[in-house]
Design a protein around this ligand. Structure first.
Ligand code: CP
Length: 312
């Protein structure tokens, strides 16, 4: 199936077949990272820019490794050590980087819509690496990829997403992706962080985690996004932990083979207990590993790699 998008700005406007194409391409790239020489000569001479206006460990590192494993050059731009601190605008920053003849811009920004805005004036491919609380498409792709690797399907799985749904771009992208591919998504958290409006996305909402975990195949725990909160959304952290933290006793309510996921960074002991985070049921480091394969696939399909090149 061809992939005819120039940019990856979100999951919301992708078709199920485009998502499937990205996931299948990820399977082709997974093996490359296990080779002695973890590199294929697909994008020699191309230049990719990691343009991060917010902190990142996983996304930035794995885009960098994905670009390098495709033989591209990569420029890591950090806003804190750039002329952004002297007042340079996003538009001027991008236009100056583009003047250096780059091919692809990977953008993380605190403002929803920033990557979309950049596409209105730049020539390069643009990939959204997380824009405010809006979308984080490559995270949802790597999450779906991980679920498929473990469960061999997405259709009819019960996926329980727990935590600060309101401020989570990971939750939004996962909701779009998982519902498009036929999973049953249940959102759980305090009412202040799981607005009923989310039902319009074709999900169920439950404010009782113990009940929602019954028959769950996948449990996705999310961090409280305190950096995006202007007020208190629950009375105390102790109360939040009592009601919404995943611990071994709670986990036993889910299916025996239920997997635990988290996009990171984890606040151990808050949304997830340390013993579960480090258990055999935890897919957290698998998610990170799969992030490189998925990001290689995204770069490959957007930048026009040829099918035969994957195996060269
Ligand atoms: N999952 C994720 O986006 O992690 P980083 O913020 O470390 O990139």
């Amino acid at each position: 199936m061809p992939f005819n998008q120039k940019h990856l700005l979100g999951i919301e406007h992708l078709s199920p077949s485009e998502i499937t194409t990205l996931l299948e391409a990820g399977e082709s790239f997974l093996e490359i990272s296990t080779r002695e020489v973890k590199k294929v000569p697909i994008f020699r001479g191309k230049t990719i820019v990691n343009l991060f206006f917010e902190p990142s460990t996983r996304t930035r590192s794995s885009f960098e490794l994905a670009a390098k494993r495709l033989s591209s050059d990569i420029l890591n731009f950090s806003s804190q050590s750039s002329s952004v601190v002297k007042g340079e605008s996003l538009k001027d920053t991008v236009r100056n980087l583009e003047a250096m003849n780059v091919d692809t811009l990977i953008i993380r920004h605190s403002c929803s819509g920033a990557p979309h805005y950049v596409t209105t004036f730049c020539q390069s491919h643009v990939i959204n690496a997380g824009d405010g609380p809006h979308e984080h498409p490559t995270q949802a792709l790597l999450d779906a990829f991980t679920i498929k690797q473990e469960k061999k399907k997405l259709e009819n799985l019960k996926v329980v997403i727990v935590g600060d749904i309101l401020h989570s771009r990971v939750a939004r992208s996962n909701i779009f992706l998982l519902t498009k591919l036929g999973a049953h998504v249940v959102l759980v958290g305090p009412p202040s962080l799981v607005p009923v409006e989310f039902k319009k996305f074709g999900v169920d909402i439950d404010y009782n985690l113990d009940r929602a975990l019954e028959k769950a195949d996948v449990i996705m725990m999310l961090r409280i996004q305190s950096e995006r909160q202007q007020k208190n959304y629950f009375p105390s952290i102790r109360e939040y932990i009592n009601l919404y933290s995943l611990n071994p006793k709670r986990y036993r309510r889910a299916k025996k083979d239920a997997i635990i996921m988290h996009p990171g960074p984890i606040n151990r002991g808050v949304e997830l207990s340390t013993d579960l985070a480090d258990s055999a049921k935890s897919m957290i480091l698998k998610q990170v590993e799969h992030g490189i394969a998925i990001r290689m696939a995204v770069l490959y399909l957007l930048m026009g790699g040829k099918e035969r090149e994957i195996i060269d």
